[in-house]
Write a protein that binds this ligand. Structure first.
Ligand code: GLY
Length: 364
C-alpha cells in the first residue's frame, strides 16, 4: 500500500515516501543520510502529539535526535524566527555532513528548509510533513522562505530536501478545517493536470472526507507524482511549474485582503481562487461553464468555500482584490500572470488578460 515517488533532479534527486506508519520507520530512512546529532525542527502542536514517536525511531538507529520546538503559526516565519532557529541549530554542532529534519506543516518546512540552505552555505535536510497541505505541496520541490512586511514568502531560496517522508497516519489528528484547506491543493492537481484524477476524487469524496487511509495513501501519492514530474521538468519555475499556481493569484490576494487572518485559510483562498480562474476562463471562451460548475460542486461537497461571499465578515471589494493581485510575485512586466484552463485537467498560463476583464469578473 505504501508508495515511493522519485523526483529526478540529477545529483539532487530524492525520494518521496508516502504511506502508513512511516514515522516509526523514519530512522531507517534517515540513517543512510546522516550520523550523530540530528536536529529535529518542529512546533509545539506537532511535538505534543507525535514527537516522541519520531525521536524513538531516530534513536533506534543509533542517532541522537535534538528537538527544536517552535511556536506554531506564521509568526515564526520572520527574520527573528530565522535568527532564533539558526542559533539553536548552530548550537547542535552542525557540520557539512549533518541532516536537519523538518517535522511539521508548511511553516516548519519553509523555515527549517531556509535555515538549512543558509547555514554553513547549505546543509542537507529531510522533510517529514504532518499536514495534508505540506504532504501534497510545500514539502516537495525545494521552495523555502520567510515572510516580509511586503508579502508572504518573499525572502527565500530553492533548496531541495534529501528525502520526503509523508506518514498518512499523522493526518488523523489535524483539525478538520485544516485538513479540508489542504484538500484544496489536492483538487488543484486534478483541476490542472488530470480529468481522470478529478473523477476519482469526485467518486471518493466521502471516504476522503472521513480520512480513510486506504484512499488517502493513493490520493497523496498521486499528487506527489504530479508535482515531482512538474518540478523535475522546471525546478526554478521558469515555465511549467507556474501551473501549480492555479487559483493562487486570486487566492493570495484574498488572503492579503482578509489580513492573513483566521477568516480565510490558504487552501480556502485557493479553492475560491480556482473557481474564479475557471469562471474567468469560461468568460474568455477558453472553457465551458459546465466545468466551472463541476469544480464548484466538488469543492462544496468537500465543505470548501467557492465564492468571495463565503468568506465570513465584510467581503473584500473587487478593487482591494485587484490591488493585492498586482502586488503578487506572479506579476511579470506589469501584467498579472494567471493560470487559466481549457477544461478540467487542462491548465495554461497567460499574462494577456486585461485588468478590465479581471475587474468585471470580480464585480460579477
Ligand atoms: N507551491 C507551488 C510550488 O511549489 O511551485
Amino acid at each position: 500500500m505504501n508508495d515511493r515517488i522519485s523526483l529526478e533532479l540529477g545529483d539532487r534527486s530524492y525520494a518521496v515516501h508516502v504511506g502508513r506508519g512511516l514515522t516509526s520507520q523514519a530512522g531507517e530512512f534517515l540513517a543512510p543520510l546522516c550520523g550523530g546529532i540530528v536536529p529535529v525542527v518542529t512546533d509545539r502542536n506537532v511535538a505534543s502529539l507525535h514527537l516522541e514517536r519520531l525521536m524513538e525511531a531516530i534513536r533506534g538507529r543509533g542517532l541522537e535526535p535534538r528537538p527544536i520546538v517552535l511556536e506554531p503559526g506564521e509568526s515564526s516565519k520572520t527574520f527573528q524566527g530565522l535568527e532564533r532557529l539558526s542559533d539553536a541549530l548552530l548550537n547542535c554542532s552542525l557540520d557539512r555532513n549533518s541532516l536537519i529534519v523538518a517535522f511539521g506543516g508548511g511553516v516548519v518546512g519553509d523555515l527549517a528548509g531556509l535555515a538549512a540552505g543558509l547555514l554553513k552555505r547549505g546543509i542537507a535536510y529531510a522533510q517529514i510533513p504532518t499536514t495534508l497541505l505540506a504532504q501534497v505541496d510545500s514539502s516537495i520541490g525545494g521552495k523555502t522562505a520567510i515572510n516580509a512586511p511586503q508579502g508572504k514568502n518573499l525572502i527565500g531560496l530553492f533548496h531541495q530536501p534529501r528525502i520526503v517522508i509523508s506518514d498518512i497516519d499523522l493526518l488523523s489528528t489535524l483539525p478538520r478545517r485544516e485538513f479540508l484547506s489542504g484538500y484544496a491543493e489536492v483538487a488543484k492537481y486534478a483541476a490542472l493536470n488530470s480529468p481522470e484524477f478529478f473523477s476519482w476524487l469526485e467518486l471518493n469524496a466521502a471516504a476522503i472526507s472521513d480520512r480513510d487511509a486506504a484512499v488517502l495513501v493513493p490520493m497523496v501519492a498521486r499528487c506527489c507524482r504530479i508535482k515531482a514530474a512538474i518540478v523535475g521538468q522546471d525546478e526554478r519555475e521558469a515555465g511549467t511549474r507556474t501551473l501549480l499556481n492555479l487559483g493562487h493569484t486570486f487566492g493570495h490576494a484574498l488572503e492579503a485582503a482578509t489580513g492573513y487572518s483566521d477568516r480565510l485559510l490558504h487552501g480556502e483562498g485557493v479553492a475560491i481562487g480556482m473557481v474564479l480562474a475557471f469562471r474567468l476562463s469560461a468568460r474568455l471562451g477558453f472553457s465551458t461553464k459546465v466545468d466551472t460548475e463541476r469544480l464548484e460542486r466538488h469543492l462544496r461537497a468537500m465543505s470548501l468555500p467557492t465564492t468571495v461571499s463565503d468568506i465570513p465578515g465584510p467581503n473584500p471589494s473587487p478593487e482591494a482584490i485587484l490591488v493585492h493581485m498586482s502586488h503578487d510575485k506572479k506579476v511579470r512586466g506589469g501584467q498579472i500572470a494567471l493560470v487559466l484552463v481549457r477544461g478540467i485537467g487542462q491548465a495554461f498560463t497567460t499574462s494577456d488578460v486585461s485588468i478590465e476583464a479581471i475587474r468585471a469578473l470580480l464585480a460579477a
